[in-house]
Design a binder for this molecule. Structure first.
Ligand code: NAI
Ligand code: MG
Length: 365
């Protein structure tokens, strides 16, 4: 049977960018014989409007069954005053939690045509293609004890950085698997010089690395890593790090490459029966209420998220390359949505015109 894909467009620009992804999916079906069993459902505010909850149980069950989930974005001003328990983002959190998606992949990829957009010098970022793997379900954001406590005559705020060996091992394995599919080079970042969890992290990653002798493994203190990411990011391929450092390093890496409208992500969990990990793909951006409904959104982040699904869930690396090359071509031709406009006088294209241009570039590929 065909591989299955659950599409959750969500709110705001989510449905607008997802319409363009559907064109791409249809193209691969018609022109490359790559058929998917696609189903579509509600998440976020859209689910709340229909079901009174931001993710219905049936949708959750479907997400557990499919080969991959592709999500647009959730949230918007209409839902800002809702009770926390039914806020749109709770739909996304439920997906991540119940699918146990512990490995968060954030690529920082610089298309040559957009190198001027980076806050860094063009030659530092041109051709950049790195991937940060961030542990997503443990570490200091979850460790106990946590809270604000009375201590003597003042209060103390406490969080606990805590990692078990198995938590480190599974995300390390996910990063090594990824490295095997890329350039077999992995740099693990922690602070083993000052943190016990860092010492254990380094030890476990080194041990897992023995199962991947082809992968060149290195270790770096995370503060130096931040510096190196800005100084010479092309020295890296896959970077593996914990939840807290990954939060900061991935935002830093994202800005090496320009617009939020260009950034995809994936969250992976344990391998399923078919050997592929449970997976949720989504753009990094939110529902962008300031431009929603105006046809201005850049669909590329969501289309690149589908390219990641092709590569990491459907074993179609060559087709993912084809899709990324089509995007590169369109950008090189000067086609720009409004968020990618640097100079005056260039007319931006609409969301659907960008999607059509990418389909046309695929046709020519
Ligand atoms: P946002 O990412 O939605 O927007 C930030 C800025 O970037 C806005 O000016 C927006 O117009 C622009 N932008 C974002 N994506 C774009 C695209 N594809 N093309 C062109 N411009 C784009 O973040 P913001 O404004 O903080 O949040 C808006 C809503 O989205 C909130 O309700 C928030 O909770 C939600 N949100 C949802 C996320 C998700 O679904 N994963 C992630 C972040 C925020
Ligand atoms: Mg962050």
């Amino acid at each position: 049977s065909n591989p299955s894909l659950l599409i959750l467009p969500g709110d705001g620009i989510g449905p607008e960018v997802m319409t363009e992804v559907r064109k791409i999916i249809d193209w691969f079906g018609a022109r490359r014989g790559l058929k998917f069993d696609v189903s579509e459902d509600l998440v976020g505010g859209a689910a709340y409007d229909k079901h009174g909850v931001p993710l219905a149980d049936e949708t959750m069950a479907k997400a557990q069954e499919v080969d991959a989930v592709l999500l647009g974005a959730v949230g918007g001003p209409k839902y800002d005053d809702l009770d926390f328990s039914v806020k749109p983002e709770r739909g996304l959190l439920r997906l991540r939690k119940e699918m146990d998606l512990y490995s968060n992949l954030r690529p920082a990829q610089c298309f040559d045509a957009l190198a001027d957009f980076s806050s860094l010098k063009k030659d530092v970022v041109a051709g950049l293609d790195i991937m940060i793997v961030r542990e997503l379900t443990s570490g200091v954001y979850f460790g106990e004890p946590r809270g604000i406590f009375e201590e003597g005559n003042e209060r103390v705020g406490i969080n606990t950085q805590r990692y078990t060996e198995s938590e480190i091992e599974r995300v390390a394995r996910s990063a090594f698997e990824l490295a095997m599919r890329r350039n077999k080079k992995l740099c693990s970042m922690e602070k083993a010089n000052v943190m016990e969890s860092g010492i254990l992290w380094r030890e476990v990653v080194t041990r897992v690395g023995k199962d991947y002798p082809e992968v060149e493994l290195s270790h770096m203190y995370a503060d130096n890593g931040a510096m190196q990411l800005v100084r010479a990011p092309k020295q890296f391929d896959v970077i593996l790090t914990d939840n807290l450092f990954g939060d900061i390093l991935s935002d830093c890496a994202a800005m090496l490459t320009g617009s939020l409208g260009m950034l995809p992500s994936a969250s992976l969990g344990a391998p399923m029966a078919n050997g592929r990990p449970k997976a949720l793909y989504e753009p990094v951006h939110g529902s962008a209420p300031d431009i929603a409904g105006q046809g201005k959104a850049n669909p590329i982040a969501c289309i690149l998220s589908f390219a990641m699904a092709l590569r990491y869930s459907f074993d179609q690396g060559a087709e993912a390359d084809r899709l990324e090359a089509a995007i590169e071509k369109v950008l090189a031709d000067g086609v720009r949505t409004a968020d990618l406009l640097a100079e005056e006088g260039v007319q931006p294209v609409s969301t659907s015109e960008m999607g059509d241009a990418i389909v046309a570039a695929l046709d020519a590929s």
